[in-house]
Each structure stands twice: as C-alpha cells, then as structure tokens.
Design a protein around this ligand. Sequence first.
Ligand SMILES: [Zn+2]
Length: 100
Amino acid sequence: MMPAPCILYKQGVSGDLQTVAQKGLGKVADLFFANDLDLIVTSIREGNHMPGSLHYIGLAFDFRKGPFRKADIEAVLSPPWQVIEEADHWHCEHDDACQT
Ligand SMILES: [Zn+2]
C-alpha cells in the first residue's frame, strides 16, 4: 500500500510563510500530490540568500525539482509569482514588484 504523499521539510528548514506564500506552496503541493509525489521543501527563511531576498520575509520557498518543467510549476503559480530554476531546486517567490 502506498502512503499518501505529503509535504516534507529538509532538516533545518525553519520559519513561516506569509499567507499568500502558504497558498502558493499549497498549489505546488497539489501538483506533486496529483503525481503521487512528496513535496520536499528545502528552504523557507533560513539559509543564505541574497540580501533583500524574499526568503527573509516569508514570501519565497525552495523545493526539490521532481520531474517537472518550469512551465509545469508556472501553470500553478501564475504572476506575480516568479519561478526560478536553480541547480538542485526550484525557487519560487511572490514578487509584487512594488517593493522598491
Ligand atoms: Zn530560494
């Protein structure tokens, strides 16, 4: 029997997401779950990110790539979400663009 897929957090991941980002994470989770995959979150607020990164204010999260292409992720996270492909994870941030 297959266990139901779930959201897993890499050891050391900490911090919370703002409500809008939580909803985005939920959408990504639904995509993974629909494919019977666990969603493995690799970073929220902890870790080293660029100065001014949206990670620090709970508007960005990273997760293991899985079998998906950028277009698959963008299909569930439409703008103002930005999906950025990194070497070993997807970086997703809710960028309202008016934070200058
Ligand atoms: Zn990131």
